[in-house]
Design a protein around this ligand. Structure first.
Ligand code: SF4
Length: 625
């Protein structure tokens, strides 16, 4: 066994109920690390282009990061990857908790699912046994019930499962671990549902070998003591309040989209309403802290909400609060807890659900639909009872909820009447809760990333965010100075961030590390793997991963280069009032500059042949040219 990884992945063919171990050479880890880097290589190689994502040939991967399973701080993230049935592009979604570390404990660097079961099944990989087992008694159960039932059969296991929404092939469904940690985006819950795979149950005893455990311990201790002593910074806020610490400030600054992206915070959802869903109010319901494997920040929390009859649930995070709060002008805090809880139980992506409800409300308010379409629901802004019932309908695929459950492209086709103008999405992915008019580099990533419409893509703003003190979170990583203005420095910075970002994800690192203290980055990689890599090599590996993700999406025939964002999202025409008044995001100029630096053809977003050769992606050339 090598250091940091096991050198093998597990293939599970559900049609044949067969398990196959594939041995991988160290070279592949040097080139793609782990996480979605390694997943992109294996899925690109094994899944033919234009595969129906909900077919037997479709492949779904579960990949912990390269550092996951070690004690390196905040490296417990796991990526779920495959082809998105929602956008038709490369799809991925990150999940925290303990599932990534448990895959490593089972002795694998990733699990790949192919084929399709005839009847509901779950896979159990427990203490070196591997079985495909009957899940008919679990089918129809929500993710919390599923975990409880499986844990009553199998001791000390970690579980990842789908709820009714994944089973019903909702294209905005995700995959859930620890009852409320969700690999939410890209609609990958439907891929798992199409395979009739209810859950994966894992328990192992293997340990990740570490090249230099003394060095790793020293750096980890120093980082964690910084977390402990941070009494005023981002880590303290995230630990004590969770992500909802952003609710009020982002709601007023212009960061959070308001009223389906058509309003402005201070006027439409002012501070007295925002305060009702503030982190202080939310945390009154906190029972205890929760956090992912190897994380000393612990930004999650377990809550009890008697007013909603909820004995135990997870804290709603910023994106969820914004999607069900600001976007819908809903200040009913208890409804946020309830909506978060039922979406997690059903396995729905809360960002997409909030976006679809906002779309429905705007259609209703503008007379495109009426009560006869909505089963009698008065879909007005802020009507939390109607919102809750509509989401229940989405989960059950009843009435108008069924129309919304497959995302904006299918919904607008079914509704017609020029309803596209109220659908705020990128290639079918409902947009996240950060406004490019505020964080302007997100315009490019929302429109042109291989996984479009994602706030967790490689936006420059992740690195330079202006609302928090700028931390030099990786000391070897320095951006060119004039990155805020159009020009060479900005586009070079975008390229550097794109590279580093893909590597961080593929190492299993939590993206919140951007806002925390200086991270022992190269030191941790070296201590775990023994590799003496420098920052330029890490960026280059990330660029290789980014180009391969891009090639996957392009190979599917997706016209990324000509994608556009809705006018109100990018201020075209500009807003006349509010914190984002007068702003128009020139995301296409950013894209052109980024293409030039990346070595891509700006007309079709294809990596040039020289670029692919330089990154040792020669095997892609035959697919694109
Ligand atoms: S900061 Fe939060 S999301 Fe990130 S690893 Fe820690 S607990 Fe998980």
């Amino acid at each position: 066994m090598s250091n940091g990884f096991f050198g093998k992945v597990l293939w599970i063919d559900l049609t044949k109920e067969e398990f196959t171990v594939e041995i991988l050479p160290e070279e592949i880890y040097r080139k793609y690390l782990g996480g979605y880097g390694l997943a992109s290589k294996l899925i690109y190689d094994h899944m033919p282009k234009k595969t129906d994502p909900l077919s037997s040939e479709s492949i779904l991967g579960f990949f912990p990061g390269l550092l996951t399973g070690s004690i390196a701080p905040l490296t417990g993230r796991c990526m779920v990857a495959g082809k998105s049935p929602l956008t038709g592009t490369w799809g991925d979604a990150s999940v925290g908790g303990y599932i990534g570390a448990e895959i490593k404990k089972c002795g694998f660097d990733g699990i790949l699912i192919k084929g399709m079961a005839q009847n509901p099944k779950y896979v159990a990989i427990i203490d070196n046994t591997k079985e495909v087992l009957d899940a008919s008694s679990l089918w129809g159960k929500d993710t919390s019930e599923t975990e409880d039932k499986l844990k009553s059969t199998h001791n000390n296991v970690n579980i990842i499962s789908i709820g009714p929404s994944g089973e019903n092939l909702s294209l905005i469904s995700g995959i859930v671990h620890d009852k409320h940690r969700v690999a939410a985006r890209s609609g990958l819950g439907a891929v798992m549902g199409s395979k009739k795979l209810k859950a994966i149950v894992l328990k192992g005893n293997d340990k990740v070998n570490v090249a230099n455990s003394e060095s790793l311990l020293e750096h980890t201790k120093a980082y964690n003591s910084g977390v402990k002593n941070d009494q005023s910074g981002a880590m303290f806020l995230y630990h004590t309040l969770g992500l909802s610490c952003l609710n009020v400030s982002a709601g007023l600054s212009g960061d959070t989209p308001i009223k389906n992206w058509g309003g402005n915070g201070p006027q439409d959802f002012p501070v007295e309403r925002l305060n009702k869903i503030s982190a202080a109010e939310i945390n009154k319901y906190k029972l205890r802290d929760y956090g992912c494997f190897s994380c000393s920040v612990q930004c999650g929390a377990i809550m009890k909400v008697p007013e909603a009859n909820i004995e135990e649930t997870h804290i709603p995070e910023y994106e969820t609060c914004a999607a069900f709060g600001n976007m819908l002008l809903n200040d009913d805090l208890i409804s946020l807890f309830k909506l978060n809880d039922i979406c997690n139980r059903s396995g729905l992506d809360t960002i997409s659900v909030g976006g679809m409800v906002a779309f429905a409300i705007e259609c209703f308010e503008n007379g495109l639909i009426n009560k006869s379409d909505t089963n009698g629901l008065e879909l007005n802004w802020g009507n939390s009872d109607a919102i809750f019932k509509l989401v229940e309908n989405m989960i059950k695929r009843e009435g108008f909820g069924d129309i919304l459950a497959d995302g904006p492209i299918i919904a607008t086709k079914k509704i017609g009447k020029n309803s596209e103008k109220y659908a705020m999405h990128s290639l079918g992915q409902p947009l996240p809760m950060h406004d490019p008019k505020f964080f302007n580099s997100m315009g490019r990533t929302y429109a042109f990333e291989p996984t479009p419409g994602r706030h967790t893509a490689s936006s420059l703003d992740h690195f330079i965010t202006g609302v928090l003190p700028r931390n030099n979170f990786i000391k070897e990583f320095t951006l060119p100075k004039r990155y805020r203005k159009p020009g060479d420095d900005r586009y070079e910075a975008m390229k550097m961030c794109a590279g580093l970002h893909q590597s961080l994800n593929s190492l299993g690192m939590c993206l919140f590390t951007y806002w925390f203290q200086t991270y022992p980055f190269l030191e941790s990689i070296k201590a775990v793997t023994g590799w003496d890599v420098n920052i330029d090599e890490i960026i280059k590996i990330g660029l290789r991963i980014q180009n391969l993700r891009q090639a996957f999406t392009l190979r599917e025939g997706i016209d990324l280069a000509n994608n556009t964002l809705p006018g109100r999202v990018v201020g075209d025409p500009p807003f006349e009032e509010g914190p984002n008044r007068g702003k128009t995001v020139d995301y296409k100029a950013d894209f052109l500059g980024y293409c030039a630096k990346m070595g891509w053809n700006p007309e079709n977003a294809y990596p040039l042949k020289e670029t692919l050769k330089e990154l040792e992606l020669d095997f892609v050339i035959k697919d694109l040219y």
